[in-house]
Write a protein that binds this ligand. Structure first.
Ligand SMILES: *Cc1c(COP(=O)(O)O)cnc(C)c1O
Length: 396
């Protein structure tokens, strides 16, 4: 018999819709995927070369559990430059992707039954990672009027004696929304008053559009910095999803606990990828700017197109690479005499009849929505939106 933990886990819905679309593609079917959760660009050449050099120089052995010193120093330098935050290298833990970092955080913080507050819509893996570490996810529904962002008053209401932490994700996957300084201050003051940790997932920090500015909640003052564990990584910024490098910055005792946990369950992050990440963080950054501008053009195109489609509504994302679209108005309408029951059904009909893949919102705690990624070519975006539009026009 499997463990209760194993029995209650649901596989990542973003990965599974992607898998279905890829499978159809392999069968020779012309599928357009809006499901991607990763940049469609190749990893920049100078980063790849750093990895090739690492291999050729025999940098292929175990490293210190929490990462090589030069990479941890580079991470500290970036926190200082990008966020005005001072950390010592011992406060940094490099892991096998930000997902692994999050798992380490929950493993280091949670006792059985501890509550972790998750503002919905949330990234699909948060509730599962909390549960795998014996915690209880407490979901707070955010409001469209607040651009799907958590208010301090909402946080206050959700607190209980068992509340241990809040997960913040700005810019957000799936909504693309970014917290302003004032919004973060409101949340920070509640967190400080009630002594709860903030797990701040900032992996989309560098993918921000228009005039918006990313602010790390840890930068608002010493008190909130002590309570914050920042999670970041190379995947989204440098198109390095397959390399698996993420990292955290936190108080020393938390970092030490995570490093010790990691020394047993992973030994260390991949040695070659660490060298590549070092080059990514310290090398030229124009590749990031190029990718960001390409994402921005696609975002603008999609927003404009979708604003003319029937039934759908969408607020403007300021970051990441997703549009989070309300599809609720299509529910109970009919496609070729079939009642659309819910978001999953919508996604299934669209994939089966128009060969367009998107991710239904249920896994994000937002069943009336669907996530469309613009980490795909402009040609795909144009063709995919045309098909989506034709699908919607068939509804009655
Ligand atoms: C992609 C993603 C991650 C995980 O990134 P990896 O470093 O590839 O593990 C974490 N949080 C959010 C919100 C993401 O979208």
């Amino acid at each position: 018999m499997l463990s209760r933990k194993a029995l209650q886990i649901t596989p990542s819905p973003t990965l599974s819709i992607d898998a279905k679309a890829k499978q159809l593609k392999n069968e020779g079917k012309d599928v357009i995927g809006f499901g991607a959760g990763e940049p469609d660009f190749d990893t920049p050449v100078h980063i790849k070369e750093a990895a090739i050099n690492a291999i050729n120089q025999g940098f292929t052995k175990y490293t210190p559990a929490s990462g090589i010193p030069e990479l941890k120093e580079a991470v500290c330098a970036r926190f200082l430059r990008d966020n005005g935050l001072t950390y010592q290298p011992q406060q940094i833990v490099v892991s096998n992707g930000a997902k692994h970092s999050l798992d380490n955080v929950f493993s280091a913080l949670l006792n059985q039954g501890d509550e972790v507050i998750l503002p919905a819509p949330y990234w699909v893996s948060y509730p599962e990672l909390v549960k795998l570490n014996e915690g209880i996810p407490v979901v707070i529904e955010t409001q469209k009027e607040h651009n799907y962002k958590l208010k301090g008053t909402q946080l206050e209401k959700a607190l209980s004696p068992r509340t241990k932490a809040l997960v913040l994700n700005s810019p957000s996957n799936p909504t693309g929304q970014l917290y302003s300084r004032e919004e973060l201050e409101e949340i920070a003051s509640v967190a400080i008053k009630n002594n709860i940790f903030i797990v701040s997932d900032e992996v989309y920090e560098k993918l921000i559009y228009g005039r918006s500015e990313h602010i790390s909640i840890a930068s608002l003052g010493e008190e909130i910095k002590k309570l914050t564990i920042i999670v970041n990584g190379a995947s989204k910024t440098y198109a390095m999803t397959g390399w698996r490098i993420g990292y955290t910055a936190s108080e020393l005792n938390i970092a030490t606990a995570m490093a010790d946990i990691q020394s047993h369950n992973a030994s260390n992050p991949n040695s070659i990828a660490q060298k590549a990440a070092y080059t990514a963080l310290t090398g030229p950054q124009d590749c990031v700017q190029e990718m960001r501008l390409t994402f921005e053009k696609r975002r603008d195109y999609m927003l404009e197109y979708i604003s003319h489609m029937p039934y759908l509504t969408c607020i403007e994302p300021q970051g990441a690479f997703y549009l989070f679209v309300n599809i609720g108005k299509t529910f109970s309408r009919k496609f070729r005499n079939i009642h659309i029951e819910n978001g999953d059904h919508f996604a299934e009909l669209l994939l089966d009849h128009y060969r367009v893949a998107l991710v239904p919102g249920r896994g994000f705690g937002a069943p009336e929505y669907a996530r469309l990624s613009y980490a795909t070519s402009m040609d795909n975006i144009q063709a995919g939106l045309e098909r989506l539009n034709s699908f919607l026009k068939e509804l009655d």
